[in-house]
Design a protein around this ligand. Structure first.
Ligand code: TMP
Length: 236
């Protein structure tokens, strides 16, 4: 497979064309942003960690019947993936109150929720990814009712797989964000990434934060936290 021209550069990844029109190469960067790009920095080694962690987790999902865009890990930072049209929804799952949920609802961080919440944001940087619901998505044609159904079913299953996976490595899965894509035939598959950038992970005993909140909130030891997650998952 030949890496060709750059198609897109996002905040954390670049996407390149290949000589196969159905496949693109994702190239993970060490760049970190927060608050819709207002805060910028570098997390040394993050690109390689996020690439390898995403691919590992996506293989687990595939084994459990959830289709993903993964084709082949090419290097530390590069992975060949199926080319999709991204569904413009940030699909967020919350098991424990934290972040924007705690702020919006006036609930202290760390309070367990009685059941998992699936929530949507409209993926639109100019608008700051506003919180929406299923009816917004339907009414604006962001996804069909059938697609939303599929996305929610996959998402519930992904949450169960990930909760157990991280618990076995000594971490609580507080919340996370995933994105889905459409293949040319309309099939919905999991795309984007699963990493400490996109999950909140707390130490099961101490509740120490082992994710991007260390960068967002200037808590220090950012690289150490990413390396610790990687080590605990046995990926180093
Ligand atoms: P929130 O509490 O700030 O809404 O974040 C919920 C989860 O989504 C958290 O695990 C971090 C993740 N997330 C992203 O992956 N990208 C984003 O742009 C934001 C705001 C959150």
């Amino acid at each position: 497979m030949k890496k060709m021209e750059q198609l897109y550069e996002g905040k954390a990844k670049k996407v390149f064309a290949t000589d196969d029109p159905a496949i693109v190469i994702v190239d993970y960067k060490d760049d970190a942003t927060a608050f819709n790009g207002v805060k910028k920095g570098t997390i040394v080694g993050k690109g390689a960690i996020n690439n390898r962690m995403t691919n590992h987790v996506f293989r687990l999902f595939e084994e459990q019947g959830i289709p993903t865009h993964l084709v082949e890990e090419l290097s530390d930072r590069e992975t060949a993936v199926k080319k999709v049209e991204i569904v413009p929804l940030e699909v967020i799952v919350r098991n424990v109150a934290a972040g924007s949920f705690s702020k919006r609802m006036g609930v202290e961080e760390g309070r367990a929720l009685l059941c998992p919440i699936i929530e949507f944001s409209y993926k639109n940087d100019d608008l700051g990814d506003p919180f929406i619901n299923d009816d917004y998505a339907l009414a604006l044609g962001l996804a069909t009712a059938e697609e939303i159904d599929t996305i929610k079913n996959y998402t519930r299953k992904i949450n169960e797989i990930m909760k157990e996976y991280f618990r076995n490595a000594g971490m609580k899965l507080i919340d996370f964000k995933i994105e889905f894509g459409r293949l040319p035939d309309g099939t919905i598959i999991l795309a984007d990434e699963v990493s400490p950038d996109t999950c909140r992970l707390w130490d099961v005993n101490t509740n120490e934060k082992l994710d991007k909140d260390r960068f967002r909130r200037d808590l220090g030891n950012v690289e150490e936290a990413y390396n610790e997650v990687f080590r605990r998952l046995g990926l180093d």
